[in-house]
Design a protein around this ligand. Structure first.
Ligand SMILES: [Zn+2]
Length: 261
């Protein structure tokens, strides 16, 4: 009976370990999607900012083009008028004006070049961003479709484990079970550990000789005086010393062992 109880406690622990992993999986999956959605929003925002810059640059570009065209037209008109000018003073004034227009247009040409270069850089940046957005969108779609099936599988397994947990709990006396739950709520894993060569494998400290003798008797479930974890003697499980119970316990196997009792 004692050995059976230890076995069931160890199984309980394995079940609870798996439940912890599944709970993390269940709460982690939506987080993964959240991270991707945040990234998607960030990329969209960055894209908007770049688009604003591009719009501004394009407006600048067309403004420069219009101004260049307008002044070129003025220049053409002035050139044709120049021949009809009568006096020198007027002629020089017109020449100066034409000089100014030409100078302005040269500056505008330089500006236009700079704007075109910047436009090229920003276009490259927005294309880059578009590629990244596409990749994130694909990841997101995949993660979302995975989530449903993952949640389904995890929930099914959790239900199985819950069943197995109840079965394991039946064999263990209530006070020990509540001790187990108490330790689980306060200590890091594991709750039940083996003692080998007089040393608790939970805290790696030797247990007092008297307690070790008691443990070897195998009559009642004891706790490590140091770390308070439930302990069992490794030698009581000679066949599968370190792992008295296989790690994966399908619910069917758990109820089968319960039935065999
Ligand atoms: Zn200990």
């Amino acid at each position: 009976m004692y050995l059976k109880q230890v076995e069931q406690l160890v199984m309980l622990q394995k079940i609870d370990d798996e439940i912890i992993v599944l709970d993390e999986e269940l709460s982690g999956a939506p987080k993964e999607i959240e991270v991707l959605e945040t990234e998607q929003a960030r990329l969209a925002e960055a894209g908007n900012q770049i688009q604003e810059k591009i719009d501004f640059l394009k407006a600048q570009q067309s403004r420069l083009e219009n101004e260049i065209e307008d002044d070129s037209l003025k220049l053409k008109k002035s050139k044709s008028k120049l021949m009809q000018v009568g006096n020198t003073k007027e002629y020089h004034a017109m020449m100066r004006e034409m000089d100014n227009l030409e100078k302005l247009n040269r500056l505008r040409d330089e500006d236009k070049l700079a704007v075109a270069e910047e436009l090229g850089r920003q276009t490259e940046a927005i294309n880059d961003l578009g590629e990244k957005s596409k990749a994130v969108a694909a990841q997101l779609a995949k993660a979302k479709s995975n989530l449903d099936s993952r949640v389904k599988v995890a929930k099914k397994r959790l239900a199985q484990l819950d069943e197995a947990r109840k079965t394991a709990g039946k064999t263990v006396p209530k006070p020990i079970l509540s001790r187990y739950e108490f330790i689980r709520s306060r200590l890091h894993n594991p709750v039940i550990v083996h003692v080998a060569a007089g040393v608790c494998s939970g805290c790696n400290i030797s247990i007092p000789p008297q307690a070790f003798i008691e443990l070897q008797k195998g009559q009642q479930i004891l706790s490590c005086p140091n770390c308070q974890r439930l302990i069992y003697w490794l030698e009581h499980f000679p066949n599968d010393a370190a792992e008295p119970i296989p790690a994966k316990i399908p619910a069917a196997a758990a109820s089968a062992s319960a039935a065999a009792e």
